[in-house]
Design a protein around this ligand. Sequence first.
Ligand SMILES: Cc1cc2nc3c(=O)[nH]c(=O)nc-3n(C[C@H](O)[C@H](O)[C@H](O)COP(=O)(O)OP(=O)(O)OC[C@H]3O[C@@H](n4cnc5c(N)ncnc54)[C@H](O)[C@@H]3O)c2cc1C
Length: 460
Amino acid sequence: MIKTKQSSLALNIPDSSKPRIIMVGGGFGGINFLKKINTKLFQVVVFDRYNYHTFQPLLYQVATAGLEPDSIAGPLRKIINKKHNVYFRMLKVNRIDTEKHIVFTEAGELTFDYLVIATGAKMNYFNKPDIAKHAFPIKQITHALDLRSHIFQQFEKMEIITEKKRFDKYSTFAVVGAGPTGVEICGALSELKNHALPKDYPDLDIKNMKIYLIEGLDRVLPSMSKKSSKKAQKYLEKLGIEIILNCKTQSYDGNTIKLSNNKEIDVGTLIWAAGVKGNLINGLSAKSISNGKIWVNRECRVYKDPNDQSVYSNIFAIGDVAHMEHENYPKGLPGLAQVAIQQGKHLAKSLSRIMKKKKSEKFYYKNKGVLATVGRNKAVADLPGNITLSGISGWIIWMMVHLLFLIGFRNKTVVFANWLWNYFTYDRGIRLILRPSSKKKDRMSREMESEMNETENINF
Ligand SMILES: Cc1cc2nc3c(=O)[nH]c(=O)nc-3n(C[C@H](O)[C@H](O)[C@H](O)COP(=O)(O)OP(=O)(O)OC[C@H]3O[C@@H](n4cnc5c(N)ncnc54)[C@H](O)[C@@H]3O)c2cc1C
């Protein structure tokens, strides 16, 4: 154990005879670490810039008026309050001192014996500032609410304009990135087009609304089996989505997308689902970073230098922020909730082993399957044992898995009730424009700010 002493009550955290773990991030990795950590052995301090956990796989349903934001978020204090000896502080961690074992937040600093970095990922715009400025990301609840308001504002604008060119632009939506998120947003937009919008806007010709799905690789759902990929493409085409493959998005000025095949499309809404990079914290060695993520060994320990395999003895990273090479995944484990969940649980047990002077064990990822839905009765699932499912069976599994992993009984009930309502009424009930169109003003600056890894909503 590394001994650290901090006499003052930094951030009102009491001194303890037990070693202190600081965990940064209350996402899938963080909360599963908390569920398993033995708090008889450790004092645990959790930092997160928000006071809630976000169930990111359902963000797209918030953005497309299928679910309320509250139903996919869970207050972190509710999870933490069940545990003794765990303290939560709603703070962003800005920097760490790896020599002195200190984390620096906006409100003060705190020493640690062990540090767990579980800060997840943020949007990667691949150094294209114009896209960062004008495209809609979908990574946080605030993003989903911005997008929801923007979508319905486009239709409100169409009601009052007469110029055809502008009308066509407002009614054209493009989603970049045909991974599960991109595919799911396209499916949800097409449900809006086919059911809710024609009722709300009977004077508009909603049939002319265009939805493009643009992908740099040669198929949709490139990380899934070819069979699932083909099936999903068929579903999307049936819904009227225009799929453009083998094509990179070069630029977007808020009006026109320029593609690598030299084509241009006038688009009023560009949704960016094309990639993420780690939410890094300053202070680690430059050699610890690989492809925008923190490089860890199989015990989740952060490499000081992967070339000589040296590690920080008491700093760990898990989930989306971590780059871990693994059997079957030589380029690193995928950014999936299951990876973060399993790493969180594994690390909690490992730290107990370390305290009991036992050797920590290697992490093995158990692939429990990958799922994506395109809409009602349409989903694809790649399950262990090369089993693939599609159609209604895939869709039922998709729903069950999402309900199972949602945090809290209330959220599960509300989401299920909303899904039942949406299914039988063909309605998407939450078509409210709650936020002013932030696209041109504050959203632009916030996106740039978030690019620089700044925190929203917290001012000291
Ligand atoms: C739209 C979308 C759809 C997805 N769909 C699926 C899916 O269908 N299936 C699937 O398996 N995966 C899906 N994923 C991926 C999955 O959500 C992630 O793999 C998972 O959330 C990673 O968990 P994590 O704990 O590493 O990070 P996160 O869940 O992102 O949590 C990170 C936490 O760290 C906090 N934080 C970040 N920086 C700081 C800081 N400096 N200081 C303090 N706190 C900080 C954040 O506020 C956040 O609470 C999806 C992701 C997105 C965005």
